[in-house]
Every structure is written in C-alpha cells, then in structure tokens.
Design a protein around this ligand. Sequence first.
Ligand SMILES: Cc1ncc(COP(=O)(O)O)c(C=O)c1O
Length: 380
Amino acid sequence: MGADKDGINLSIPIVGDEEKAALLEVIESGWLSMGAKVQAFENAFAACHGQKSAVAVNSCTAALHLILRAFNIGPGDEILVPAVTFVATVNAVLYVGATPVFLDIEDLGRPFLSLDEAEAKCSPRTKAAIVMHYGGYIVDLPLWRDFCDVRRIRLIEDAAHAPGIPGVGRLSDASAFSFFANKNMSTAEGGMVLSPDDNVLADIRRLRGHGMTADTLVRHRGHAYSYDVNLLGYNYRMDELRAALGLVQLRHLPEWNRKRKSLTEVYRRKLAIETPSVRVPFDEGQTTAAHLMPVLLPEDCRRESVMDSLRSAGVQSSIHYPPVHQFSYYRKLYPNTVLPKSEEFCRRELTLPLHPALEEKDCDRVVNNLEAALKRGGER
Ligand SMILES: Cc1ncc(COP(=O)(O)O)c(C=O)c1O
C-alpha cells in the first residue's frame, strides 16, 4: 500500500488540501479529543446510510467488539463467521469469549458466506451471524435477515469494504465500518457503528468511553459534574482530527465509489480479452463499493511467480485473504475445520491494484503484465 511514484500501487489514500485545512482547523480550535467534529461526522455518516445516528470508534475491530458486547454475546455462544475475511472479523468473536463457527463460501464466483452452510451449522447456541461484504460486493441482506429472524439470532454486517452503498447498514442489527488507510474512505485509523436500535447505539457509546455515563465534552460544557461507571468499557474513542478527515472524505465517497466501479468494468473487459484463463468473481451487475479487484488465477498457476513478475514490472498485487481458519493460532484452537471452497478461493485469489486515482491506461499496464507473467511461468 506504500506509494511508489512510477509503479502502480495496490491502493493509495487520497488526501490533499481539503484534509490539510480540516486538520489545521481542529489544531487551531484547541479541542483535539472527542467532541463536536466527531458528532458531526457521526451524523453525516448515519445520514449517508439512511440512518438517524451512528457511533464513531477508533477502528472497525473495536466496532465489531463493541457490537458483540452490546448484544451480550459471551462464553458458550456460537457466532457464524466467514474464513475468507480479514482476521479481525473473527478475533472480535474471541475477544468476548464466544466460539466462531466457520462457514464455507457459496462458490468460487460468489465468495460470500453460504446460507446452506449456515443452515447446517446453526445450533441452539448460535447467537449471531457476521456477514462480510467481500471486496465491496454486497451480500444478499434480505435473505440473511430472513434466515436470522426465523432463528431469532442477530445479523451483524462487517461492512469494512462497503461504506456509502445504499442498503448497507439498514437491514442488520448492527454494522461495522473501517476507515483504515487502504479503505474506500480513510481517517488513517478509525471505524463506525450503525444500528437501527437506539438502545444498542447508547450502550456502544458508553462502552467506547470506559463505560462512563458522561464524556469529557459533556462535562466541559457543564452538563454534568461527575460520572458513574456501570459497565466494563474501553478506550475506543475517535478524536477530532480523524473526524475532520472523515467529514472531508465522506463528501468524496460517492464519486470515489463510482470511479472504483467503472475501473472494475474496465478491468473485466480487458481481462476477458487478454487473460481468458483468469476468472473474475461476481457478476458485472452486482452492487459493489469496488473496494478490491480480486481475480482467480488458473488452478495450476504458481501465484508467487505471478506476484514476483508483477512486482518487477512495478505493479503491486496482494492476496485477500489467507483464510482465517488456517492461521496457526486458529488451527490450534479449531484443528478440524475444513472449508474446501474457501481454501481453493484463497489459494487462487490475486488482488490487482484498484483506487480512484488509477487511469484506464494503468489497468492496461496491469493486465498486460499479468498476461506476460502467466506466460512466463505463472502457468505450470
Ligand atoms: C473485512 C475487514 N474487517 C475488519 C477489518 C478491521 O478494520 P480496522 O483496521 O479498522 O480495525 C478490516 C480491515 O482491514 C477488514 O478488511
């Protein structure tokens, strides 16, 4: 993700004069910790997703942790989770002492959690399902809502890859967003929780600030002299500098999401012509925030050689993801987990550069180099 001037970066944060001015304004205001900017960012983010309110936190990981805490999920509870995700999705389940139950994906073209698997692995101990909008492609939320309603379990969205997409954050019981540096909008580090339930948001607001009943700004404004602590909270607060960045980035988000989507279409066309052995997951018409540009290399391809060839041509590439259940930490905890489709997807997946500052000619260069890499030895 580091910026290389002549090369093509996998992703770059797009920040400029507006962000600098916003940061300067906060510095000159003399109030750096959580305050009015955080509130303004929460309101703007909620409105962008058709919601009344939101709670800003310092990462998506914190958001997931607090959502599970607010739903009183703990030891003895089981949570349905993907393995084709960033490890944070599943770590949050371990933080609260619950048990992750890994589900396989639908198929190689739709690396979403399979509902059939969910059906088979749901038990009386299941308390929630965490769905993840892989690469920015939106899972079928109405179907998942029905599934969870019938079983009276919570539906949680890990929406780290999908901010600003209509429908995201509306049907679930709570959703978590990431503003990490490589995301569609960034505050360097940061996260947000949406929930249609005001009580859940109120609990999360308290949990993010040590469980205190009145935060620093409320006390500063003289609305409270002291405070109580009536639950075990954390310091997961967002600060004013990050919120100021977020307000600027949020204004650009719709245009950046559109640009990402149109670059994805450019890639699809070129890949179909130049590298027909490479498969692009998802359908062209699928709703997406186009966070990633994943492709599936041919079955017998040596992925490392392809990545090496791309790197020597100045093209960054990556893998999303090594499957969570195969990390050594998770293998020790859950040694018998076998997810054939997830494992094959993760073995063949390669992520190509995608960010709003890319141009069509950059996509040409990436695809031409991929074609050459496959010829040179990527294909066994
Ligand atoms: C799917 C997914 N979930 C959760 C996270 C964690 O986000 P954060 O770094 O904001 O904690 C990420 C970050 O990369 C992610 O991609």
